[in-house]
Design a protein around this ligand. Sequence first.
Ligand code: CDP
Ligand code: MG
Length: 242
Amino acid sequence: MENKPPEQTLVLIKPDALKNSLTGYVLSLLSETHTGLRFAGAKIVHVHRMLAEQHYVEHRDRDFYAPLLDYIMGLAHYPDEPHKRRVIALVYSGPDAVQKIRDIVGPTNPHVAREKKPGCIRALGTIVTVHDAAGKVGERMDNLIHASAKPAEAEREIKLWFRPNDIPPAMRVYPVEASDAHYYFRDGRLLTTHEPGSLFLLAPGKVAWSSDLETLRLLARGQSAPCPLESVAAKYLINEQS
Ligand code: CDP
Ligand code: MG
């Protein structure tokens, strides 16, 4: 009988949860005892703008996009303390992982969360008033946590935030393969030889998500690819000195 790989989901403990010292509480609610799910990956991430933009790409035309990027990058909660700008990125693995975690997380809007689902994580969040550069007033939902909404979204997000080697080999559920070329990134361009100032992505023999390698190979040949180069490169910027 063929064994189906377990479902996985991405969780981000956002900067407002770190600032309010809710990390331990959130981790307790998501613990294996409560959810039956296991950690497959965990890391502390200083979020680069490219990663933030790719993570929230579906919202790029919305009014709340710019404030949302400031929020996930930690700029909103730590304007003067760059060393505190972090999120905790986690991969949880197990049956029905996406929906189980979304249920504990609760509705997007913290006011709705308090009303409809007391006790959920986002019930502890808040809504803040924000002003854009032109002084236009808007709102941002500071809701403490991100969790993938659908299994397909989870796959895209896990591959965006994690390299295969961040996850124990036996817990990887998406195909991987070894690179057969060198790849570098510079100013939005893919390079196959090093140039000063370029970011190293992969060398021959380094394991990568197969879908990322497909994107890199197509782009290196000048063809169009199913995903933007930035969605591959962003994870290699995580915690690099900028
Ligand atoms: O996070 P979730 O999938 O529940 O919601 P979303 O609609 O994908 O929005 C992503 C994030 O943008 C939310 O978690 C909120 O932090 C923020 N947001 C906001 O600030 N204002 C809105 N009207 C909607 C979302
Ligand atoms: Mg969403």
